[in-house]
Design a protein around this ligand. Structure first.
Ligand code: 13P
Length: 249
């Protein structure tokens, strides 16, 4: 991913039925009338990946999964592999989202294995990191995020397209955001850790900010040094919210 071109990715989480694709059609129309200055991606639930990929075919909008298994196939009831997402039309996949790290106990090691599986299937992984409120209040935000970057990024990502997303857990879905200085501090630390771990070959991969990105704060956040885009939850569900964020990039 070229650093100069920002990536604005929407994470629909467990939201969206077939009828929600109307929002995607509306977004597509707007971006055809006035092209985006950034890359645009939407990560719907697995049930919608194939239909969304069909709905955006021939447009600039990319489709991603929200998670994948580290294995390619096998007896993993309910599991979805990176290859299955690719086969359904995805080009990206989020791995290591804090909701999965917390709810399913996903470790850095597992997240790295998932990122490696994504690369193996030809998907660009978006590897998520971020501190809890308790860790921030203990003055450990930078240290925690640095450790996650060092341990969640396999060398395999260097083979293709990938991104890191910094999402402070306490900013997700809360309407709270770090100050612009705090965002810059962590993003610089993420970049330094990426280069330490993977070398200068990782310098062009964007570092997205995520956590309560809205139309009214997107422009300021996206102007922070080392912010290479945004991972947007709630405000990606409606084209009327997501579009102004894309226009801010
Ligand atoms: P919100 O934008 O709803 O805070 O969610 C952020 C997020 O978790 C994106 O992955």
């Amino acid at each position: 991913m070229k650093q100069s071109v920002k990536l604005i990715a929407g994470n629909w989480k467990m939201n969206g039925l077939g009828a929600s694709l109307d929002e995607v059609a509306s977004l597509r129309r707007s971006l055809e009338e006035q092209p985006a200055a950034c890359r645009v991606a939407l990560c719907p639930p697995a049930t919608l990946v194939e239909r969304m990929a069909a709905a955006v075919k021939g447009s600039v909008i990319e489709v991603g999964g929200q998670d994948c298994r580290a294995e390619t196939h096998g007896a993993f009831t309910g599991g979805v592999s990176a290859g299955m997402l690719k086969d359904a039309g995805a080009t990206l996949v989020i791995v290591g989202h804090s909701e999965r790290r917390q709810e399913f106990g996903e470790s850095d090691r597992l997240v790295a294995a998932k990122a490696e599986a994504a690369v193996g299937a030809g998907l660009a992984p978006i590897v998520c990191v971020g501190e809890t409120l308790e860790q921030r209040e203990a003055g450990r935000a930078v240290e925690v995020v640095r450790d996650q970057v060092m341990n969640s990024l396999p060398r395999a990502v260097l083979a293709g397209d990938f991104a890191v997303a910094y999402e402070p857990v306490w900013a997700i879905g809360t309407g709270l955001t770090p100050t612009l200085d705090q965002i810059e501090e962590v993003h610089r630390a993420v970049r330094a850790a990426m280069i330490e771990r993977l070398g200068l070959g990782s310098a062009a991969a964007p570092i997205l900010y995520g956590g309560s990105v809205k139309p009214d704060n997107a422009r300021d956040i996206l102007a922070v040094p080392e912010v290479g885009g945004a991972l947007v939850g709630g405000a990606s569900l409606k084209a009327s919210d997501f579009l102004p964020i894309i226009r801010a990039a």
